[in-house]
Design a binder for this molecule. Structure first.
Ligand code: GLU
Ligand code: MG
Length: 615
């Protein structure tokens, strides 16, 4: 969730005042660093994962599961136990937005040897074991969204919102859930709200069951609410949420890959844009919001609305006066532009023309210039006094301020000054999975797909309008089996030519992953690649298990996490067919999640989909 900075934060008024300072120096810093790094080459494949977790506390007597607000103290204990947040041990632990969250990655990156593909699962397991300071009724759970986040008493210690006295005026979330050791997180919430001039408004379609209140139109005015400036009710038949924490307080699985050079990084970036929605549908794990079953399966739409800082002018609702651009997406959203295929960029890109021209003048190519000039239509959300003045030759702090708080589904990363890091791409869109096995499987699948792309010279790119359409389809309930996605028929073809329409088809995730007549499929391609190279027996066996998981989820033979959670709720004895996920259902679900995540071996049977057809 952006770089962690400590220091004295500027007020929103001052942040606005210094926005152009940060932007102009950010661009100079990018140019300086670009010049130093653009010709670097022969960086080896390095990669790593980031897993986010929640700390859940059970009260077995009262059958409740709550979010335990102790992330900061757990991190402190890891320190006092002789650990630094990022030392040479198994894991690097970091805080995340909410104090019930923790983020971890391997302490050191993995390398290109095939045997390294077997390491993340083991490493993830060890990471969990490092957290020895939890109480016996507390567990670290890799859960994407806490089902009852925003319901009464959802945290431990209890911290219910006091809308009238809190700055955020949220009716559902107390500001105490925000991780308190790093002011940046609080500022994201505050300044997104300040920038918009009102609260965020998150509306997620509710899953309509036979006894769901019809129409579902919550009367929120009754929730001891007296502040104006917010709608009294959310949209009809939607779950309404009013605070950034609903998105930023959810967990994801990310993977970062180092490329050989900038050319390869740009190429992989474009391919990952297309892979994203497929992985979103495969990793879907968030079908419940604020105690209601939703009609979407993933966290993405929530977090996208939760971090949307656009003003009414930028949304096109008012004439542009204070702001410069009408912007079509939230700053937490899918990618808008490719870096290698200009013919496929059929969506009008909003970008800052002055910045674009400056970058071009400095020898940055057209597409990268547009990409940076597009990201820089955003303002900084946070500025710290201590980092106002930076050496533009040595730092990229101002650049990263804006760049890494514009949370795209895939991020093209500039090598960091003062490190050996090369050009990298970060894959950011996946919901996190419950078990180490699943998280490792998805990471390994992405790494292997990247190898296949490079080895066989594959090209996934379709017109950006189609990539956007794929992304919005990927969140829908049961997208994994019900939706189709635009995908190229011939993966060896070059980018969109005149007959672009004939180059792609609409395929299910199953067809894309497992193949169909006249289309080979990603898993068969990976197997072909593995057959070509030298892989020892045990490594291959492990990889085969991972591929089996991905392939079986794609075919519908195994449920996604979202499907599994949804079915758990629908089949629970207390479920009233009214979309409501009660305290008891939440408790039983969380208890089950803990048990499943602690199993040594992944239980494929548990996720079997009786309704499925065979692969
Ligand atoms: N928790 C955020 C998510 O679910 C990601 C934060 C980050 O960028 O590390 O997407
Ligand atoms: Mg994170």
């Amino acid at each position: 969730m952006g770089l962690l900075e400590e220091g004295t934060p500027l007020s929103w008024e001052d942040t606005k005042r210094y926005a152009s300072h940060v932007k102009s120096h950010g661009i100079i810093q990018f140019i300086n660093q670009y010049h130093k790094q653009r010709d670097r080459t022969n960086d080896s494949l390095l990669w790593g994962d980031e897993v986010e977790y929640m700390i859940v506390k059970f009260d077995h007597k009262n059958k409740t599961a709550r979010l335990s607000l102790k992330g900061s103290s757990v991190l402190k204990e890891l320190h006092t136990a002789g650990r630094k947040i990022a030392d040479a041990h198994t894991a690097a632990w970091r805080p995340e937005y909410a104090d019930y969250m923790l983020e971890s990655s391997p302490a050191n990156p993995y390398h290109g040897n095939m045997v390294d593909l077997t390491l993340p699962e083991y490493n993830m397991r060890q990471r969990r074991q490092e957290l020895t300071c939890l109480e016996t009724d507390e567990f670290l759970v890799a859960l994407t969204t806490f089902p009852r986040l925003g319901c009464y008493n959802c945290t431990y210690p209890t911290s219910n919102p006091t809308p009238d006295s809190m700055q955020s005026h949220s009716r559902f979330l107390s500001e105490k859930i925000i991780s308190h050791d790093f002011p940046k997180y609080r500022l994201f919430e505050e300044h997104i709200r300040e920038r918009r001039g009102k609260q965020v408004q998150i509306n997620i379609p509710v899953y309509k069951d036979i006894h769901t209140v019809d129409p579902l139109q919550e009367d929120l005015s009754s929730k001891h609410w007296s502040i104006d400036n917010v709608p009294k009710v959310g949209k009809t038949d939607h779950i309404f949420m009013d605070n950034s924490g609903f998105g930023a307080g959810s967990c994801c699985l990310q993977v970062t890959v180092q490329a050989n050079d900038i050319r390869e990084a740009k190429y992989l970036y474009d391919q990952f844009i297309i892979l994203c929605p497929i992985m979103v549908a495969l990793s879907a794990a968030a079908p419940v919001n604020r105690g209601y079953l939703s009609d979407l399966d993933t966290r993405w739409t929530v977090i996208s609305q939760a971090m949307d800082d656009r003003t009414d002018e930028e949304l096109g609702l008012k004439v542009l006066k204070e702001n410069k651009f009408v912007i079509n997406k939230s700053r937490y959203d899918s990618v808008d532009s490719y870096l290698t295929c200009s013919a496929c960029s059929d969506v009008k890109l909003v970008y800052d023309r002055d910045i674009f021209l400056k970058l071009k003048q400095e020898g940055v190519d057209d597409m990268l210039s547009k990409h940076i000039a597009h990201v820089f239509i955003r303002d900084p959300l946070t500025i710290f006094t201590e980092s106002l003045n930076q050496n533009d030759n040595e730092s990229t702090g101002h650049f990263e301020n804006i760049y890494s708080s514009t949370w795209q589904s895939v991020r093209f990363k500039l090598p960091a000054p003062g490190s050996n890091a090369g050009w990298q791409i970060e894959f950011r869109a996946m919901d996190v999975q419950l078990t180490d096995f699943e998280n490792a499987a998805y990471i390994v699948f992405i790494i292997l797909t990247s190898r296949v792309i490079l080895t066989f010279g594959l090209n996934f790119v379709v017109p950006m309008s189609k990539a956007d359409e794929n992304f919005s389809r990927s969140h829908k309930r049961d997208a994994i089996t019900s939706e189709t996605f635009y995908f190229r028929n011939d993966l060896t073809g070059r980018c969109c030519c005149e007959n672009a329409d004939e180059e792609y088809d609409q395929m299910t995730v199953n067809e894309i992953v497992n193949g169909k007549k006249n289309f080979v499929g990603l898993v068969p391609l990976i197997n072909k690649y593995l057959d070509m190279i030298d892989v020892d027996f045990l490594t291959r066996r492990k990889i085969q298990d991972y591929l089996y998981l991905v392939s079986s989820r794609a075919s519908g033979k195994l449920k996604t996490m979202a499907g599994w959670i949804r079915d758990f709720v629908l089949n629970h004895q207390d479920y009233q067919q009214d979309s409501v996920v009660s305290e008891t259902i939440n408790y039983d679900l969380l208890l089950k999640c803990v048990n499943v995540s602690q199993e040594e071996n992944f239980d494929f049977k548990l996720f079997t989909n009786e309704k499925s057809c065979n692969i």
